[in-house]
Design a protein around this ligand. Structure first.
Ligand code: UDX
Ligand code: UDX
Ligand code: ADP
Length: 443
């Protein structure tokens, strides 16, 4: 019987291991983490992350073949396959600060695996890492040469938050990269056999280690690029009277392009896109590929432009100042169906508005007030949960004109205009009110 241990009980490790345990009742899966509070939460009725369908899967196998433990070393030592799913944030200081991936957590996990191992192990890179990380990890694992064979595999995770359980149950593909040696191929087959419990074999793609590592960064960069492309179009739509939703629909009908990931928005967020692109940019620069680096950098620059463009629309529509004005922010996570606020566009938008001394009331059904306060790193704005989300006619509010700014293209613009709101929706034909305003001064 194969024993699996996963280091890191976060957004990736937790749901992924829960799905493996659920689909492979004969495999014992232990998820370990140095954060004891996180492990306790995984063992409680209130899991540390919100993900539709996760509760049910965890309840079905926790205590059967799925375990959460803070006894990291014991379970790593006992495992045949060790997944490493620790955080790899962007470096904040030193060489490559602001771009390169910080592999501190990875390195310490690898050192620990090397120290406690007494039997051969397959070590699987699950968290996104820069290309060639496997080479560095291999060096760490084999440095004290205890005669143990470590095989490093790259098995990047493609789940998106909010749909993690669906993505895991029915992945578009599973990618496994390994060394092209007999031992490497055997390790690839062992991991492939785990996924083959529920993923059709032709969807389990095997390739060399470096291709697998780079494919993950490439997939995220190209997905983010689609959003920046459509967001760039949204600015042009506003300037010309085109409707970005119509343009995206027409473009997406081309089977070579496809309809997904073409929703204009206030900007992409989340822990992956920006981080992975910056990482890609850094790798290109390190390889002397300045033009390639600049090409990808532009995807992040358009995203920043889109966020500041949104703030400018709000401020300029409200007579070039929001000082003292009450603004309700509905939704704070980086997208729907998640409580995750990492890199959410809402933080930049709130900062922009607070910078102009607006009074904000923020509400998100999945994000705690504490978390929002921490993200905005201030604690003196007013707090108000909306009682209901039905739009109220501005005739019932004291302040007129009343405004709605839609950064997600989710509201019915015409209906709200009919009852008297001044509405701005990204990439849609502008409200005459907004259109006739003088442009906001450059920031
Ligand atoms: C293009 C559009 O496809 C078509 O919808 C539009 O009406 C006119 O412009 P065309 O220029 O005839 O059509 O050919 P296309 O097949 O798009 O190829 C354009 C160029 O891109 C070619 O040089 C082709 O070799 C290249 N290409 C295409 C690639 O380098 N890689 C690809 O994956 C696809
Ligand atoms: C992403 C990748 O989709 C996933 O494959 C990878 O494993 C991790 O990174 P995630 O960040 O969880 O997943 O969410 P995703 O659905 O990709 O959304 C990212 C951001 O893009 C969100 O802020 C979302 O609102 C935004 N987005 C997405 C758009 O603005 N428009 C779109 O059309 C799609
Ligand atoms: P992701 O979104 O990639 O899953 P998270 O930050 O949600 O990232 O989760 C990563 C987890 O890895 C955290 O809970 C962190 O405590 C854990 N972790 C980091 N380093 C180690 C380590 N050396 N040993 C065990 N757990 C670790």
């Amino acid at each position: 019987m194969v024993k699996i241990c996963c280091i890191g009980a976060g957004y990736v490790g937790g749901p992924t291991m829960a799905m493996i345990a659920f689909k492979c009742p004969k495999i014992e899966v232990v998820v370990v983490d140095i954060a004891v509070a996180r492990i306790n939460a995984w063992n409680s009725d209130r899991l540390p992350i919100f993900e539709p369908g996760l509760d049910e899967v965890v309840k079905a196998c926790r205590g059967r073949n799925l375990f959460f433990s803070a006894d990291v070393e014991k379970h790593v030592a006992e495992a045949d396959i060790v997944f490493v799913s620790v955080n790899t944030p962007t470096k904040t200081r030193g060489l490559g600060a602001g771009k390169a991936a910080d592999l501190t957590y990875w390195e310490s996990a690898a050192r620990m695996i090397a120290d406690v191992s007494k039997s051969d192990k397959i070590v699987v890179e699950k968290s996104t890492v820069p290309v060639k990380t496997a080479e560095a990890i291999e060096k760490i694992l084999t440095h004290n040469n205890k005669g143990i064979n470590f095989q490093i595999l790259s098995n990047p995770e493609f789940l998106a938050e909010g749909t993690a359980m669906e993505d895991l149950a029915k992945p578009d593909r599973v990618l496994i990269g390994g060394r092209e040696t007999p031992e490497g191929r055997k390790a690839v087959e062992t991991l492939k056999a785990v996924y083959a419990h529920w993923v059709p074999e032709d969807q389990i793609i095997t390739m060399n280690l470096w291709s697998a590592e780079l494919s993950k960064l490439a997939a995220n960069a190209i997905l983010a690029q689609r959003i920046s492309s459509v967001n760039a179009m949204s600015a042009l739509c506003e300037a010309t009277g085109a409707d970005v939703a119509e343009v995206a629909y027409a473009v997406g009908k081309d089977s070579r392009i496809g309809p997904k990931f073409l929703n204009a928005s206030v900007g992409f967020g989340g822990s992956c896109f920006q981080k992975d692109i910056l990482n890609l940019v850094y790798i290109c620069e390190c390889n002397g590929l300045t033009e390639v680096a600049n090409y990808w950098k532009q995807v992040v620059q358009i995203n920043d432009y889109q966020k500041s463009r949104f703030v400018k629309r709000v401020v300029s529509s409200m007579f070039n100042t929001v000082s003292g004005k009450k603004i309700a922010i509905l939704g704070f996570a980086f997208k729907k169906d998640t409580g995750d606020t990492r890199e959410t566009a809402a933080i930049d938008v709130c900062h922009g508005l607070l910078g102009d001394k607006a009074q904000l009331s923020v509400y998100d059904p999945q994000v705690t007030a504490d978390q929002i306060m921490r993200d905005l790193a201030m604690n003196k704005f007013d707090w108000d949960h909306p009682q209901h989300l039905q739009p109220m006619s501005p005739t019932t509010t004291k302040q007129k004109p009343a405004f709605i700014f839609d950064g997600r293209n989710v509201i019915n613009v015409e209906e709200l205009r009919k009852i008297g709101f001044i509405v701005y929706s990204v990439g849609k034909p502008l409200d005459p009110w907004v259109k006739d305003l003088p442009a906001a001064p450059p920031s």
